[in-house]
Structures are given as C-alpha cells and as structure tokens.
Write a protein that binds this ligand. Structure first.
Ligand code: MTE
Ligand code: MO
Length: 353
C-alpha cells in the first residue's frame, strides 16, 4: 500500500483534472476513428490515491459465507489461468454531471465531468465464473463483491448472475499491456454495460455471500437520491446510451466546409445511428456517418460534413442503440442529487470564424 497521488503523468493537453485523483479525457485529443482509447488517454476515477501494489505480495482471496473452500491465488497463478479478451467501454456514473446545472439548471453534488469519463479498452483477464468455480459456490450464493485494496477500502457488490456472465472478468491486461497502476494493477474487475463504479480496481478479494453486503458504494454513493426517488434509494447498475462531439468546449473553428467528429456508445449493443440536431436539440434533421469499428458495449466514431458560415452554432448528437434504446430529450431527463446518469443529448457550442 502507499502512494500519495496518481502514478501516470496526466498531460493537460489530454486530460481535464477534477481534484487530486480524477481526470477526464479530452475527447478531442483522441485519434479519430480509432475506437480503442490509448491507455495514456484513458480517464482516471479514483476515490483516493493509487495504491502501489507489489505483484509478489499481492494475493487474490476468494472467500465468503457462500464459498465452499476459500482460495488464495498469487499473481503468477492468476495470469496462468485461461484468459478471454473483450473490447468494452467504461464510463463513470457521474459523466455528464456538468450538464445537470448547465442545461437543466439544477445544482448537484460532485465533480463537473463533461463527456470524457468514457473510454474503451481491450481487456484481457479471467472470467469471474472461472475464479468462483475454483472456490466452489454453496447453494446460498447470491452476491459477489470485489474488494479493492485502496487505502480506504472500495468495494461494490453485484448479483451472482451478473458475476457469472461470460463478459464479467477480472482483467490483468489493458490494450495488450500489463494493467496500468492507475487502472487497477495487478487486477481489476470489468463489468461491461454497468456504471464504472462496478468495475473495482486493485482487487484483493472476491467475497461470495448469501446476502447483499451494504457498503458505501451501494448505500450512499451510486444510488439515486432526490425528490424523484424513494427510500431505499435505487442502486445504479446499467449505464445509459450516450454521444458526444469530440471538440474542445467551447470550440472555435474556421468557417467553411468542415468535418465534425464524435463518439457514441451504448451499454446494450452496437450503435444503430447517430442523429444530429443543428438547432439545439429541437429537431434532428441530419444523420451522422458511422466510421471505423462499431462494437457492442463499446461504441463507435461518427462524422458529419457541415457547410459552416461564420457564427455560433450548436451541434447536438443523439445516439440510437441497435435494439432501440436512445437518449431521452432534455425535458425527459430527471435530476438526482448526485448528478448520475445524465443521458440527454448535449448541444456542443461551436464558433465558426
Ligand atoms: N475501484 C477502486 N478500488 N477504487 C476506486 O476508487 N473507482 C471506480 C471504479 N473502480 C474505483 C474503483 C469508479 S467510480 C470508476 S468510474 C472506475 O473505477 C474508473 O476506472 P478507471 O480509473 O480505470 O477509468
Ligand atoms: Mo465512477
């Protein structure tokens, strides 16, 4: 344990910092058309400093009242197990939080992320199902909680069925590299399609239990609080369909024929299309062209050709998932106290000069 800050250098051309431990990607710094986010561009969301864990001391404990025989694995044993590689996105539940105040005029708690707490990686690791089978499950097993080795423990449970999904893995590599420290070295869970908070980093244990453990991350954080929600507050699981323009905020561009680029992603499947509004989201009169890879539970790049006279415009993308889900209108967007799951289309301000 130890370490006071982040390990990775976070250049301001690539990241916007939110406090000491958090940084969102400037989407305009990404290589256009390449869906996978380079590791050194991937957003970082930490509840505290990055723990520097030694792979020789580290152990993965699989234990709990619903585990038949507790197991302890070394790093070498973990990486020797058969792996899968899945390309999936992670997004913080607070991504887009700035827009609750900027577009809806409601004050919410937390860092004002725009759209950059989103990233795609090819994750290599061992399915949680494989690991849980090593310990064996009692008939009572119903919850699995990955526990992080942060200085202040971070843990968040998921139902057994979600843990047993082929897609839910304990990753030890990211885009072909050993998992970077800020992203959870030696191993992190990846729970595709769920809010990033489910994808626990620096995992030291998988706890299998009959009952749902109550921890901060499912009672106080990552729950829906506010006038629209009753107690007990709904625990956040699945993320929402989103899209973004990959330009600085606000953007200044030369007038004339321009190609605008953006990203769109969905926790359900591929992106079917991206509609574009040039009037602030009232009417969607254009359709963007999807470019490069379009992968389920990862996303796609899109582009729009535009003849832009000098002046101010907003470009508002709206993504549609292949199974139908889309982004709600701003008037349908309900607020919540902690500013989670902002889903409405965002009018991106651009000045053509
Ligand atoms: N895991 C641990 N152990 N500690 C944390 O603070 N933050 C969570 C999740 N896993 C966190 C964690 C949150 S809120 C998010 S959005 C993702 O990690 C961010 O993953 P990243 O930093 O690799 O982008
Ligand atoms: Mo998050």
């Amino acid at each position: 344990r130890g370490g006071s800050e982040l390990v990775q250098a976070l250049p301001p051309a690539v990241f916007v910092r939110h406090g000491a431990h958090n940084a969102e990607t400037r989407l305009e710094s990404l290589p256009v058309g390449r869906l996978v986010t380079p590791n050194d561009h991937f957003y970082v969301r930490n509840h505290g400093p990055t723990p520097r864990l030694s792979p020789t001391d580290w152990r993965l404990e699989i234990r709990g009242d619903a585990a038949l025989r507790p197991v302890s694995l070394t790093y070498e044993q973990l990486v020797a197990l058969p792996t899968v590689t899945i390309t999936r996105y992670l997004e913080c539940a607070g991504n887009g939080r700035a827009y609750f105040s900027e577009l809806l005029g409601v004050a919410v708690e937390g860092d004002p992320w725009r759209d950059g707490a989103y990233g795609v990686a090819a994750w290599t690791g061992v399915p949680l199902a494989t690991l849980l089978e090593l310990a064996g499950l009692r008939g009572s097993a119903a919850w699995v909680m990955p526990v992080g080795l942060d200085a202040e423990t971070y843990a968040r449970p998921m139902p057994l069925a979600k843990a047993m999904t082929a897609d839910t893995i304990l990753a030890h590599r990211m885009n072909g590299e050993v998992l970077p420290m800020d992203h959870g070295f030696p191993a992190r869970v990846v729970v595709p399609g769920w809010i990033g908070a489910a994808s626990v980093k620096w995992v030291g244990a998988l706890e299998v239990s009959a009952r749902e453990p109550a921890v901060e991350a499912n009672t106080e954080e990552y729950v829906m609080l506010g006038a629209d929600y009753r107690s007990p507050p709904p625990v956040l699981t699945t993320a929402v369909v989103k899209s973004a323009v990959c330009l600085p905020w606000p953007a200044v561009l030369p007038a004339g024929r321009r190609t605008i680029h953006g990203l769109a992603w969905s926790p359900f499947g591929k992106i079917a299309k991206v509609d574009i509004s040039l009037d602030g989201g009232r009417t969607f009169t254009r359709t963007a062209r999807l470019i490069g890879d379009n992968l389920p539970v990862a996303g796609t790049w899109w582009q729009l050709e535009l003849d832009a006279p000098p002046g101010d415009v907003t470009i508002t993308p709206r993504a549609v998932d292949e199974h139908g889900p889309t982004q709600p209108s701003l008037s349908q967007q309900r607020p919540n106290d902690k500013g989670y799951l902002f889903a409405a289309p965002v009018p991106h301000p651009i000045r053509f000069v």
